[in-house]
Design a protein around this ligand. Structure first.
Ligand code: SF4
Length: 236
């Protein structure tokens, strides 16, 4: 099989990664090219215990790469990238395959994931929207599974704006703030909830209290539609 070039359409330079990481990314591209491969789901743990997750790979996302160079951006503390470069290297292949499949505007319906009825699902618990096709495929997945509820966290307000009139009633959208200690005030078009991240120092100086329960399966606030909620979480 021909070697897959270490560049993607967003210009991420994969050559900066170790050979071990590059090989796992390479394997993800090969996995996605296999006609039997579907978008992978996972049972989440920790704060997201029992939630179904559909993750993508932030290491090959040009928007994630760009945000990591911005001073004060939450992306500079990206938990998912830390995990992928250390304890969860084995997830790189599946999340890369998901990125490739979900970024395809002509993705075959046979490659969409099987979601058990009644599931609570989070799109991109790890990863970020790659392009319009990914948003469109998430909408398709929600449309095909009307008995399950979905939430998408995103900082791609530009993509959200283009899809704001197509978001189904079982898909809530949470707009995450770009910067630590700089809470968003305006709701981006298409967002149901704003999600801000603050430090201890910010809490002490402003008196604003974090209201994220840190246990999604019993809280489920972020899956609610149309309430214009503001959630505040402590920086992890
Ligand atoms: S507010 Fe609730 S549902 Fe939203 S992230 Fe926090 S624990 Fe999860």
């Amino acid at each position: 099989m021909a070697r897959i070039p270490f560049k993607n359409q967003n210009g991420v330079d994969f050559t900066s990664f170790s050979s071990e990481i590059r090989e796992k990314i390479d394997a993800g591209f090969r996995r996605a090219a296999d006609e039997k491969t579907k978008v992978a789901t996972s049972k989440m743990t920790g704060k997201l215990a029992d939630i179904v997750g559909i993750s993508t790979n932030p290491l090959i996302n040009g928007h994630c790469e760009k945000m990591q160079s911005k001073s004060g951006a939450i992306c500079q503390k990206c938990y998912s990238i830390r995990l992928l470069l250390t304890a969860r290297k084995n997830a790189i292949t599946a999340w890369t395959s998901n990125t490739v499949l979900l970024s395809d505007e002509n993705l075959s319906p046979s490659k969409l994931p099987t979601i058990p009825s009644g599931s609570m699902v989070r799109f991109n618990p790890h990863g970020e929207l790659q392009n319009d096709a990914m948003m469109s495929n998430f909408i398709k997945i929600a449309d095909l599974n009307p008995n399950s509820k979905f939430v998408l966290f995103t900082k791609r307000y530009d993509i959200l704006r283009r899809f704001k009139d197509q978001i189904p009633s079982n898909l809530a959208v949470v707009a995450s703030a770009y910067y630590i200690d700089k809470p968003m005030e305006a709701f981006p078009d298409g967002a149901d909830t704003i999600f801000n991240v603050v430090t201890d120092e910010y809490v002490e100086s402003t008196g604003i209290r974090p209201n994220c329960a840190l246990k999604c399966n019993s809280c489920l606030k972020c899956w609610q539609k149309g309430k214009k909620q503001v959630i505040v979480e402590h920086l992890k």
